[in-house]
Design a protein around this ligand. Sequence first.
Ligand code: URP
Ligand code: ZN
Length: 457
Amino acid sequence: MLIKNGNFITDNESWQGDLREKDGIIVELGENLKALPNEQVIDAKGNIVIPGGVDVHTHLSLDVGIAVASDDFYTGTRAAAFGGTTTIVDHIGFGPTNCTLDHQINKYHSMAKDNAVIDYSFHGVIQHVNDETLDSMEKLIEEGITSYKFYLTYDYKLSDADCFRVLQRSKELGLIITVHPENDGVINYLKGKNQKEGNLSPIFHSKSRPIECEVEAINKILIFAKMCNDAPIYIVHLSNGLGLDYIKFARKLGQKNIFAETCPQYLFLDETKYLDTDGLKYVMSPPLRDKTNNKLLLQGIKESHIDTIATDHCPFFYKEEKQLGKNNFAKCPNGAPGIEARIPLLYDKCVKEHISLNKFVDMCSTKPAKIFGMYPEKGAIKVGSHCDLVIIDPTLKKTICHEILHENVDYTPYEGIDVVGYPIMTISRGKVIVENGNFVGEKGCGKFIKRKVYNDL
Ligand code: URP
Ligand code: ZN
């Protein structure tokens, strides 16, 4: 494949030129490259070419007990591709009590293989800690699993001691821990109190999970990571400015290896959504915050305190599973869709807010690839990188709405948001998989990415 006349944008460079691909790898970058016999030529004149998006927080087919997320590895990765994402790292769900660390990883391999249309990996999940867990963390490095998640809330939350043991072990092994930070005790108390008092509408989901519950958990885990010799720690779905202040403070004190992710929902949506008649659509954890926090996170992006933007894509049908919460917010499965709209929303936002396109590429592609051991194969436009590219027409205007998206769900939280600039072509390992709104890839053509261990950034 030869791509001609593109405006190539990476995390730190912008240039106009041509790119040649062979066998799925970028083999030449230059100007006025001549097409070879039988080479597919794509004219990208007037368009932007970026490294394919890397979404390191998805939940395909997540089983939350009362429901299963409605996008599987085929529909979810296909929607990702339409939206300009070419790699995902999925957060796998909890397995049976006391299952081994590889139990869920094996299950997810069978769910993704023959289904995913883009490349993928998994974050392991730690739901209990014993010597076998800590041994398995080492064994699974060979299989390319180099990050784990643990939760500080929900049924399989870890105790302080177990968090600490995992962080110590991850530091020894060169792994990175991702954490869902919310204080479980206070949340459960508030949830119970609200239910007892008959406060059952969706706004009480948000009132039961105050900002401070998230901040307390962020602070605790940062301190634990510090005590483990700056063990690499990645805060998922940061929803508010106070949490960011604690992250900034820890960094200011000299702590290394701290990373912060936010998601489009915490930038573009706010808690007034819970007061709408369809407030259940926005029941997710952490909940949406207020407009001031939207702005504080945006400021954090501008000032480079936030490293990545992922989606936490976890869709449930509004007319079906979400209705479990119609008489009680606490019964609503938590999560919302977002895998397809991430790149268009962020591209548009960066242009409007004068954030450089290089930063946009860094947050949506390069930095997540670096943090999670996939760079420079992913997240880069370099000779030797995988030829995962997205061509964006910077003039194309769209209104994000359920009708134009391909996620297997009956709504989008971003309904009605106008954007300028939209992906028109997605290329995965040198094959066009989405072109002008049509999927032309193959089910199962995505490959599992064996990730490298954490490398100091
Ligand atoms: O509400 C959310 N975020 N659902 C997905 C599971 C989780 O908590 O990350
Ligand atoms: Zn999540």
